[in-house]
Design a protein. Structure first.
Lengths: 285, 276
């Protein structure tokens, strides 16, 4: 666990202000990073079963001289694009597409970069009819068998099972003003209070900021954002994210496959051991 | 290991089922309920077939051959790790449920079924809505690792609202932890049978519950990822009757069969004969 530059815990923002920054419509999205990391990026489409999910982009590009598979949730910028991309909320086809592209990467021994930015999987009737629960379940299980290095970064919202379906990796890092949570604050408030207007209190208790997740040992690193957050400087944020992701990827490239998969298993198998050892960890209220 | 008996010899229930909280009238047909008769009929209405929700103790009594249940990891207990205070302190919730005699949302152990030794894990919806917690995930993963190592078949009974809010992102991470362990069962060639009961939703449906080699749903069970209330709120959709029911999921290819509870034990014993 390493922190670079300004330490993220020095932030003076409230938890809710962080949530708003993570969701800010001017915040860089996956393609803003991928086009800077791999300017020759070639996008691919489709799950080869029934469709393509525009909420998830995927494709290949050269990154630090190495062919790499990029995957990322993509929220839309204009209203039209937001509708087309379903606000970055994936349908079952998206998870099947992700695994198809991960297996493609495995065939050619390309490492995988996964960028997470979703409010959650799509909570709609169509997603249910086409098996969203088993699509996520299958994806999570399959990620543990993909025999190439995977590095993931939460760049905005890491919402629930929809995010975790793209978040099984050998290293997971977070941008400073991103969030990662068991449920959106609204959904948590609706479940616990039966009242989704209690979202601010829910957010404060959920421990969903990057520094909470680093302290719990759920992510390996928090990447500091420029003063004023990622949205004021795409170039600097992309450079910092690129540097951190590649620094985490490099040692994985040399690891024998069996060891890589065993470590991936153990990373999630014992992910809660740090907090179990320290009752009454962290707290906000 | 005792040789399995012929399917016809397997009793409907392993042991006598414990009493459970029941309404006066059946929510399915409205008829007044004879609680003793229901108990003999595995808590399924003899008139309309309504399946009443059972807790982990009743499921263990139903599945396990009499006197064979050995609980494991029952001493791994949840406590409030995130200092969750409102609207109700999580620690208080946990202690209250324990005072009521409940031990977490998942109980696990070994037993025999029709003479065949198995690992059994059963959710308990009465414990914070059967939510997947760190301890629930830990009990599930340990049992699956043991089953993978020993070759014993793994049987799951699911009843869960999803991941537990009060344990934050660490509850979410249990989905990855248990799915990784399901992968171990695959590698070991160990059969994994999943019984989906009412309700199975959210992070539990989107992790191990739908990953069975055979998924068996109870009639009338609601199974899905997002609950109908949230779907309506988020999309203003009108959901047709039977949406997310066991039959709906059968029609959508998510479960292999819908099996009434009085037939379940016999079916499982039969499957255990087919799968080595
Ligand atoms: Zn009835």
């Amino acid at each position: 666990m390493k922190l670079h530059g300004r330490r993220p815990e020095e932030t003076t923002l409230t938890v809710w202000q962080v949530v708003e920054l993570a969701r800010h419509p001017d915040r860089p999205y996956s393609l803003d990073y991928i086009k800077r990391m791999a300017p020759d990026f070639v996008e691919m489409h489709g799950d080869r079963i029934s469709g393509d999910d525009p909420a998830l982009i995927g494709g290949v590009g050269l990154w630090h001289g190495r062919a790499t598979m990029f995957l990322g949730h993509q929220k839309g910028r204009s209203l039209k694009e937001r509708v087309a991309r379903n606000w970055g909320m994936m349908h079952p086809e998206g998870y099947r597409k992700a695994i198809r592209l991960a297996q493609h990467a495995a065939k050619f021994n390309f490492p995988i970069v996964s960028l997470i930015d979703t409010p959650g999987a799509y909570p709609g009737a169509g997603a249910e009819e086409r098996g969203i629960a088993s699509a996520i379940a299958k994806a999570i299980m399959e990620w543990f068998r993909i025999p190439v290095p995977i590095v993931a970064a939460v760049i905005g919202e890491g919402g629930s099972g929809g995010a975790l379906g793209m978040g099984v990796a050998d290293r997971v890092i977070m941008l400073e003003n991103s969030i990662y949570s068991v449920a959106s604050p609204e959904a948590a408030a609706s479940i616990v209070w039966r009242d989704n207007t209690r979202k601010v209190e829910a957010a404060e208790q959920l421990q969903l900021t990057s520094r909470d997740l680093l302290a719990m040992g759920v992510v390996e690193e928090v990447v500091t954002e420029p003063e004023g957050s990622a949205r004021v400087d795409y170039e600097a944020t992309a450079a910092a994210l690129d540097e951190a992701l590649y620094r985490h990827l490099r040692p994985l490239l040399a690891q024998p496959t069996e060891e890589l998969l065993q470590h991936r298993y153990e990373r999630f198998r014992y992910i809660d051991s740090l907090i179990r050892a320290e009752p009454h960890f962290g707290p906000k209220i | 290991m005792v040789a399995a008996k012929k399917p016809g010899d397997v009793r409907i229930s392993g042991g006598k089922l414990p009493p459970i909280a029941l309404p006066t009238n059946c929510p399915g047909c409205g008829v007044g309920l004879d609680h003793e008769e229901l108990r003999r009929h595995t808590y399924v209405c003899t008139l309309c077939g309504h399946h009443f929700r059972m807790g982990a103790d009743a499921w263990i009594a139903l599945i396990a051959d009499r006197g064979t249940w050995k609980e494991r990891y029952g001493d791994v207990r949840s406590h409030d790790l995130l200092n969750w205070k409102v609207p109700k302190p999580y620690q208080e919730t946990l202690e209250q449920l324990r005072d009521e005699g409940l031990n977490e949302a998942v109980r696990t152990g070994t037993c025999s079924l029709g003479g065949r030794e198995i690992w059994l894990a059963t959710f308990d919806f009465r414990f914070v809505g059967g939510t997947l917690s760190i301890v629930a995930g830990e009990r599930l993963a340990r049992g699956m690792e043991q089953a993978a190592a020993s070759g014993l078949p793994y049987l799951l009974v699911a009843a869960s609202g999803g991941a537990r809010m009060q344990e934050g992102v660490l509850a979410l991470m249990q989905m990855a932890k248990v799915n990784a362990a399901v992968g171990r069962l695959d590698v070991a060639g160990v059969p994994f049978f999943s019984v989906l009961t009412d309700p199975t939703f959210g992070g539990t449906a989107a992790s191990l519950a739908l990953l069975g080699d055979i998924n068996i749903a109870e009639p009338g069970a609601a199974i899905g990822f997002t609950g109908p209330r949230v779907i309506k709120q988020a999309t203003y959709a009108d959901l047709p009757p039977g949406f997310q029911s066991a039959d709906f999921q059968l029609g959508r290819g998510q479960v292999d069969m819908v099996v009434a509870r009085p037939e379940l034990r016999r079916l499982l014993a039969h499957l255990l004969e087919i799968y080595p």
